[in-house]
Design a protein around this ligand. Structure first.
Ligand code: TYM
Length: 453
């Protein structure tokens, strides 16, 4: 097994380190905002992911899942799996079954372009998706929900979000996706044909009561918002993409394509959409299996583990456009510290890495398990000082962002156009689908052949 408990640094568990008693507001996690529970004095506690998984009835990713993943794929689990940062799932085991049997599935994820640049938090599910694509060799469809952002943010126009979407798509490409296996699309430009037909059909199955329950909508909610979840949901149906499976686009929405399972990596805030989908996917004319989901924790806001890094609060986030100096200033000025007030106290009592934002960032970006563990231990013992810990985080993030910016320069308009061109995608899974389609066609021909007298 790849995970070696003697060298793996402890995963920060801020919720355990900071139990809230008599909390007066529960934590609130939804696709548009994320806040930790609040106690009587207004202190915001760390997000309690175990509680969330329990409340939403998701399955935790445990050693058993990781062992099976390694056995089936032959790949060591990604450090974000080993460290519990991707911590929860729905039916991921069924995807492993499919992979083991050599049966096809595909990946779907997305981004709502609310600003012109991604922040470091967005890159977590996106980099992880790229890694899954490499491991499984499957097609990926990538939805840019420009429509969602204009509908949900009064200050944004449809023209602005369309522009942000194109900039974000270049960022996404710079994360290293394989163009042969990846189709990126803007809802405002692509949605029509089979995908729109799926969305209308899906919307016919879902009542206002259901979306109100899932998203807290009310009678004053604009009707665009009420319909939008249909679109984010049907993006998980293979039939929404008539171009990606065969040389010629499919003429009809096919039962066989609808039956191909989908795996959706995401931050856990997106789960409410896909609960709605899982409840209704089998009710479509061409039924689809419940999509499998894999959930990440949020890369915390600079201010601490009670909130997520978010574009709507620029001081909470490190953007992928930030300069080395901006990164240094943000970490030094805003990153919540688990260190003690004075040097003497720190040496005597030690720091608390579990709540320290610089340490938490290291858990995401430091590949070396042993090095991470030694940083954890030496901060906890008081040997490593806050300034020194922050320096380590600054250097690692500066390197990560600078490498990204170099790759981003290579993404020209032509490269972007190719990723966004509806076309057949190439992968092990696509070949498996083609074989299934040919077999189905041969069977259908046999069935219509007149019997010999
Ligand atoms: P958006 O743009 O809010 O976020 C894109 C993806 O990034 C995740 N995310 C984070 N992950 C870790 N740490 C953070 N601080 C952080 N902030 C955001 C989100 O959970 C998401 O996975 N409606 C969606 C777009 C979408 C989508 C999807 C996302 C359409 N289809 C399928 C995931 C899967 C949105 O606005 O994402």
């Amino acid at each position: 097994m790849a995970t070696d408990s003697t060298t793996t640094a402890p995963i920060p568990d801020p919720a355990a380190a900071d139990q809230v008693e008599n909390s007066t507001a529960e934590q609130d996690i939804n696709p548009w905002s994320v806040t930790g529970a609040q106690d009587e004095s207004g202190e915001v506690a760390a997000i309690d992911y175990l509680n969330l998984a329990k409340k939403w009835n998701t399955s935790l990713i445990d050693e058993k899942v990781l062992e099976r993943f390694e056995r089936v794929t032959g790949h060591k689990p990604h450090r974000w799996l080993r460290r519990g940062l991707f911590f929860s799932h729905r039916d991921f085991d069924k995807i492993l079954d499919k992979y083991e049997k050599g049966e096809p599935f595909f990946l779907y994820t997305g981004r709502g372009p609310s600003s012109g640049s991604l922040h470091l938090g967005h890159t977590i599910p996106l980099q992880f998706t790229r890694w899954l694509q490499e491991v499984f060799d499957v097609p990926l469809v990538f939805m840019l929900t420009d429509d969602e952002k204009a509908l949900f943010k009064d200050s944004l126009t449809f023209e602005e979000v369309l522009h942000f979407g194109m900039e974000n798509a270049k960022d996404i490409i710079a994360l290293g996706y394989d163009v042969k296996k990846t189709f990126i699309y803007s809802d405002l430009k692509y949605v029509g044909g089979h995908m729109l037909m799926n969305a209308w059909e899906f919307s016919k199955l879902v009542t206002f009561n259901q979306v109100r329950g899932a998203f807290g909508f009310n009678e004053s909610t604009n009707i665009g918002k009420i319909f939008f979840p249909s679109l984010q949901c049907v993006a998980a149906f293979g039939t929404s993409y008539p171009e990606i499976w065969t040389d010629e686009p499919m003429q009809e929405r096919s039962k066989l394509i609808a039956s191909i399972p989908c795996l959706i990596p995401m931050g856990i805030d997106q789960d409410p959409y896909f609960r709605l989908l899982r409840d209704n996917s089998s009710r479509m004319k061409n039924p689809s299996p419940k999509p499998a989901l894999i959930h990440s924790k949020f890369l915390t806001a600079l201010q601490g583990p009670g909130g997520k890094m978010s574009s709507s609060n620029p001081n909470s986030a490190i953007f992928m456009t930030d300069t080395p100096k901006q990164i240094k200033t943000k970490i030094n000025k805003y990153a919540f510290s688990g260190g003690q007030e004075t040097l003497e106290q720190h040496r005597e009592l030690g720091g608390n890495p579990d709540v320290d934002v610089a340490y938490i960032y290291l858990t995401y970006f430091e590949e070396d398990d042993e090095k991470l563990k030694s940083i954890y231990d030496s901060y906890k013992s008081g040997e490593l000082l806050t300034g020194e810990l922050k320096k380590l985080a600054v250097e690692l993030l500066q390197k990560n962002v600078a490498e990204f910016q170099e790759k981003r320069k290579e993404v020209t308009d032509e490269v972007l156009a190719e990723f966004m061109r509806p076309r057949k995608l190439e992968s092990r899974a696509t070949t498996q689908v083609q074989k299934l389609l040919e077999e189905a066609e041969a069977k259908a021909k046999l069935a219509v052949r007149p019997k010999k007298k």
